[in-house]
Design a protein around this ligand. Structure first.
Ligand code: PBG
Length: 330
């Protein structure tokens, strides 16, 4: 039977003009929800490009004030801090030194812009000589329980320096409880914890490990980071962390785990963050550099997808580029 022209649904009616499309758009991006990662390197003056992450730099302490001003100008109000310390040892003691690189960076950033939200990444891998996220026991395994007081000490040290949010990325069990107690006992009961709850062992961290010089000297992280083939464990991890006192939970990486972001969003009532990691960033940038994709559009589509999946907060190296492109669209 031949259908009348008017008898089928005309989906295109609402796609006709830019204003109509904007009127019915479900997902909006805003810099208010972006977190921009910063790599701060001890002893560095100015900035040094990170080869594996085109467009990203390591920053010396003397570059931070200008960086804070630039972020403010762009509307980016939160940063996640990683440190490249002046020395590494078996236990990662430069991670909780009062004059540690991130501790110094936070003081400078807060001085430059007291309203900037500073998030301290808590993990030993950037500070240990072996590059693992916790301390090692005699047999070369990562010792979960022996790592907890060190992670808690690092958290207190970062909070003392002025970090607004503590974000443990080490994936030791029981760390959220240990960190919460230590923060509360040291006068930081108001400091929230953003837990890297569902962090998967991923090839997409490759460029970061070059940026942060945190590649494990032996073995890999599969003994503590989650197996990407498992979805339910992400929910278990998120619920455990909330139970132990996490104020927000993270899914990481983002793009290969959009289903997990959606599931975690549905399962919890705290804010959910997604980390659009270094490998996702560099893949897109490499293709854009070659002219194989339109970088600006691909960035917007990527971040929109992460938000549509359910992320309240997006940690992304694309934050500045997105904001600059947005300004030039206006
Ligand atoms: C530290 C840490 C890593 C990332 C964030 N925190 C590396 C890792 O677990 O190996 C990765 C971030 C990225 O790839 O952008 N544990």
């Amino acid at each position: 039977m031949k259908r009348m022209e008017s008898s089928f649904r005309r989906h295109r009616r609402l796609r006709r003009t830019a204003s109509l499309r904007a009127l019915v758009r479900e997902t909006d991006l805003s810099p208010a929800h972006f977190v921009y990662p910063l790599f701060v390197q001890a002893g560095l003056h100015g900035r040094a490009p990170i080869e594996s992450m085109p467009g990203q730099d390591r920053l010396g302490l003397d570059a931070l004030t200008a960086e804070a001003a630039e972020l403010r100008e762009l509307g980016i109000r939160s940063v996640l801090l990683f440190g490249l310390p002046s020395y590494k040892d078996e236990v990662g003691s430069s991670g909780w030194a009062e004059d540690g690189i991130v501790q110094k960076a936070v003081r400078i950033l807060k001085e430059a812009d007291p309203e900037l939200v500073t998030i301290g990444d808590v993990c030993l891998c950037e500070y240990t000589s072996h590059g693992h996220c916790g301390v090692l026991s005699g047999d070369g395994q990562v010792d979960n329980d022996a790592s907890l007081p060190l992670l808690a000490g690092m958290s207190v040290s970062l909070a003392d320096a002025g970090c607004d949010i503590i974000a443990p990325s080490d994936m030791m069990d029981g760390r959220i409880g240990a960190i919460r107690s230590a923060l509360d006992a040291s006068g930081h009961s108001q400091t929230p914890i953003l837990s890297y709850a569902a962090k998967f062992a991923s090839a997409f961290y490759g460029p970061f490990r070059e940026a942060a010089e945190s590649t494990p000297a032996f073995g890999d992280r599969r003994g503590y980071q989650a197996d990407g083939a498992n979805g339910r464990i992400a929910l278990d991890e998120a619920l455990t962390d909330i139970d132990e006192g996490a104020d927000m939970v993270m899914v990481k990486p983002a793009l290969p785990y959009l289903d997990i972001i959606r599931d975690v969003r549905a399962a919890v009532n705290v804010p959910v963050a997604a980390y659009n990691v270094s490998g996702e960033y560099s893949m897109l940038m490499a293709a854009a550099e070659r002219g194989w994709i339109d970088g600006e559009r691909a960035i917007d589509e990527t971040l929109t997808a992460i938000r549509r999946a359910g992320a309240d907060i997006i940690i992304t190296y694309h934050a500045k580029q997105w904001c600059r492109a947005q300004a030039s669209r206006r």
